[in-house]
Design a protein around this ligand. Structure first.
Ligand code: OSB
Ligand code: MG
Length: 371
């Protein structure tokens, strides 16, 4: 099997409503979609989660395009193997750029699964037919709006709520949600917004409001601060941005800085690395779960397949398609099912179809490389 062509699309989708985090507001998502086509007519799709601005991480749409179009695809078009692990090995010398690598790796996994007549879930060794999910709720203009938003998601059927927090939007809004809904499972995610000196303050309101999990309170390199927060805490301390590979997970485990692991294929460079990290977490008896980056139906499908693997034991940040976009780029949409779950598509490959109509509406630029 050899590559015949690769097409890289830059697309933009409008979010159903703005998504605000400690690092900024997103109203649209502009991102890259990759389509690989082999000489025997198989197709594989991947999504790149890098955003226009380097706010969640240092990568951007522009840096990812440069790496994918300028280096990874030319290399892949010359390669004699389309094996995802082989791709990772041959690009290991390039430091960082994991979101760019992940776009290619996930497309190669889609291809490899299709070549074997399997779904991505089966290819990776997943067993679940449905995966449990929750919803990530952005910072809202007012506390009343936050409580109403959460109420709406609970009505929709989401059973676990993750609230985005930052200094100045934490104890008070979290208390308001807790008072309105005394029994729900609340997680919070700060996306690195607190200084290490805030450990005790965070602990106080998190304990008082029975928060089940505090995600990435401190900067990604502040492993010691996360370990301090975790010491004796009645809540889990989750790392997201801090964990980018096997070594960073090993160090965080040794330091006692991680008691829950958020795994995003984009952040760690693909599905194979994601699976390895989750298996390592399981051996350390730490729960793992699949995080999200407001993906379209393509990236969402990859994530849902990933979440079907046994080590992912906490509900994923993967909501139904209509929570993100009015019109998605893949069909059919993901819909929330019984017990706050999404169904794992049957396959082959990712098991969703690229919508030509959706692509035409969202397309900004496109590059095609031929063998
Ligand atoms: O930290 O989990 C995060 C979205 C963009 C950047 C970072 C994060 C998020 C989310 C969205 O929380 C979760 C989702 O896709 O539903
Ligand atoms: Mg996070």
């Amino acid at each position: 099997m050899q590559l015949r062509s690769a097409r890289l699309d830059e697309v933009e989708l409008e979010l159903v409503e703005p998504f605000e985090t400690s690092f900024g507001i997103e109203r649209h998502r502009r991102f890259l979609l990759l389509r690989l086509e082999t000489d025997d007519g198989l197709e594989g799709y991947g999504e790149c989660v890098a955003a226009t601005e380097p706010l969640y991480s240092s990568e951007t749409v522009a840096t990812a395009r440069e790496m994918i179009h300028g280096r990874f695809l030319p290399e892949l078009l010359r390669a004699d193997s389309l094996d995802p692990a082989q791709f990772l090995a041959s690009t290991a010398r390039y430091r960082g750029h994991r979101m760019a690598k992940s776009a290619v790796e996930t497309a190669l996994v889609d291809l490899a699964a299709r070549a074997k007549g399997q779904s991505v879930s089966e290819y990776l060794g997943g067993r679940r037919r449905r995966v449990e999910v929750g919803v990530s709720v952005g910072i809202q203009p007012t506390i009343e709006q936050l409580v109403r938003r959460v109420g709406k998601y609970l009505e929709d059927g989401y059973r676990r709520i993750k609230l985005k927090v930052r200094p100045g939007w934490d104890a008070v809004p979290v208390r308001a949600v807790r008072r309105a809904y005394p029994d729900i499972e609340i997680w919070v995610d700060a996306n690195q917004a607190y200084p290490p000196a805030a450990v005790e303050r965070i602990r106080r309101w998190a304990v008082r409001e029975r928060v089940a999990q505090v995600e990435q309170a401190f900067p990604e390199r502040a492993i010691r601060a996360h370990a301090e927060l975790a010491r004796g805490a009645p809540f889990r301390v989750c790392l997201d941005e801090s964990i980018v590979d096997a070594m960073s997970l090993e160090d965080a485990l040794a330091a006692g800085a991680v008691t829950s692991l958020n795994v995003k294929a984009g952040r760690v460079g693909g599905l194979l690395t994601s699976r390895a990290l989750a298996e390592r977490a399981r051996r350390a008896r730490i729960p793992a779960w699949v995080g999200g980056m407001l993906e379209s139906g393509i990236g969402r499908a990859h994530n849902v397949h990933l979440a079907s693997l046994a080590p992912f034991t906490l509900p994923a940040d993967l909501s139904a398609s209509d929570r993100y976009y009015r019109e998605d780029i893949a069909e059919p949409p993901f819909v929330l099912g019984p017990g706050s779950t999404l169904e794992v598509p049957k396959g082959p490959g990712i098991g969703v179809e690229f919508s030509e109509r959706g692509r035409r509406r969202a397309l900004k630029k496109s590059w095609t490389l031929l063998r």
